[in-house]
Design a protein around this ligand. Structure first.
Ligand SMILES: [Zn+2]
Length: 408
């Protein structure tokens, strides 16, 4: 006989349906987030083409959107990468008038983007900087002059500093604090920003990655994730530059698409500073990529440097912890692989033991020399070093145990 009566079955069906409903609602509920999109248009200067500058500003103004513009007050006359002495250029009347009018009508939020944006390093490896490496007094002097000129041009207070090439050092942060900046905007993957009182709004993506970053932010993140979009005049085809990635028409289409998105707000850096948005160095630290973990693994775990999204602090800390855990496991696996290889060589090809140890030590020395030359030891090289360390330790341990008479 069937052990359940009809009402009992009905009750169970209803209970199971309610439970299933709540489970589905829990896992499928849309994220409770508002995506903040900041456009940062860098390199507005005496040498940027005014037609492109004007078109970009008009594209925002016609949609009642605003953007932050990184202004170079005294741009160098020639190639910004060339460290040889160059003349500097101030903005002419038309360019200055466009900036002032756009700041006045609320379309542009002006920021200081260096003094001349001229590289000062004769670097063989393509590292460019205007500020890093200078004394704090020198950096303060350049910043003070630049700030006062940009404020004169914009007709108001300017509170954000953007280091050219996102390159800076501790003295740059201290100089920016001393010169009265409230915000420092660089790359989310840039130098350490944990020990500063400045707030930060980093850039996380370029024009090509904006759509994906916004979709990712809406799909995966809670709170108020930030998508920081960096672009320059030369990325638009109308500039005639070979580095262009889209036409002005496509750019306008992109803005149109963004303006039609629900729960997406386009804001300037200054606007964010006035809102209750977490822009603290600790949020920066939680979002900073874990440099010793290979980029492929970071991408797989979707850390912010791969998704183009600057997450809320709690969420970013959770993702960072996962990256660190998987990273540590990967290093352990590499070490063990090296250790076991040493054991296999000793068992099967004992005559090669010396060659394997010498080869591992030589390769390690080569990796360190290369790192010293480029002043950078990448995560992939570090992982390889872990495997080489496994080989050397494995060989040494087996040698010692054999001398002490331990059988394997
Ligand atoms: Zn720049």
């Amino acid at each position: 006989m069937f052990p359940y009566s009809r009402p009992m079955i009905m009750r169970r069906v209803v209970r199971c349906s309610v439970l299933a409903f709540w489970l589905i609602a829990f896992f499928c509920a849309p994220c409770n987030s508002e995506v903040l999109v900041v456009f940062r248009y860098d390199d507005y200067s005496a040498t940027s083409p005014i037609e492109v500058d004007r078109s970009v500003i008009n594209a925002f103004a016609s949609r009642r959107m605003a953007l932050t513009v990184g202004v170079i007050p005294y741009v160098c006359e020639g190639d910004i990468h060339d460290p040889m002495p160059q003349k500097t250029l101030s903005m002419d009347g038309e360019k200055a008038a466009l900036l002032r009018a756009s700041v006045r009508n609320g379309t542009v939020d002006a920021a200081v983007h260096g003094y001349s944006h001229q590289n000062r390093l004769r670097s063989p490896v393509g590292h460019f900087t205007e500020f890093a490496g200078l004394s704090i007094e020198h950096q303060r002097r350049r910043m003070a002059e630049a700030k006062s000129e940009v404020e004169r041009l914009a007709g108001g207070l300017v509170e954000t500093f953007i280091p050219p090439w996102d390159s800076f050092d501790k003295q740059t942060l201290r100089a920016a604090e001393a010169e009265g900046f409230r915000c420092f905007s660089a790359s989310a993957a840039g130098p350490d920003m944990r020990r500063t009182r400045l707030r930060t709004v980093p850039v996380t993506t370029g024009l090509i990655g904006v759509r994906n970053a916004i979709e990712e932010a809406r799909r995966q993140h809670n709170g108020r994730p930030i998508v920081g979009v960096l672009f320059h005049y030369y990325e638009l085809r109308e500039s005639g530059d070979a580095r262009a990635v889209m036409s002005l028409e496509d750019f306008e289409r992109l803005l149109e698409w963004i303006s039609g998105q629900r729960e997406v707000q386009v804001v300037t850096i200054s606007r964010l500073l006035d809102q209750a948005v977490d822009l603290s160095p600790s949020r920066w630290a939680a979002n900073a990529p874990v440099a010793w973990v290979p980029p492929l693994l970071r991408t797989l775990i979707q850390s912010s440097d791969s998704s183009g999204v600057w997450r809320e602090q709690t969420e970013a800390s959770r993702a960072r912890l996962a990256v660190i855990g998987f990273g540590a496991f990967l290093y352990l696996a590499a070490f063990l692989a090296g250790f076991l290889s040493a054991w296999a060589v000793r068992r099967r090809l004992p005559a090669l033991r010396g060659v394997v140890i010498a080869g591992s030590l030589l390769t390690s020395a080569f990796i360190f020399l290369r790192a010293a030359y480029y002043w950078c030891l990448g995560a992939n090289s570090m992982l390889f070093l872990a495997a080489l360390a496994g080989i050397v330790v494995g060989s040494a341990a087996l040698h010692l145990t054999k001398r002490q008479g331990v059988a394997f």
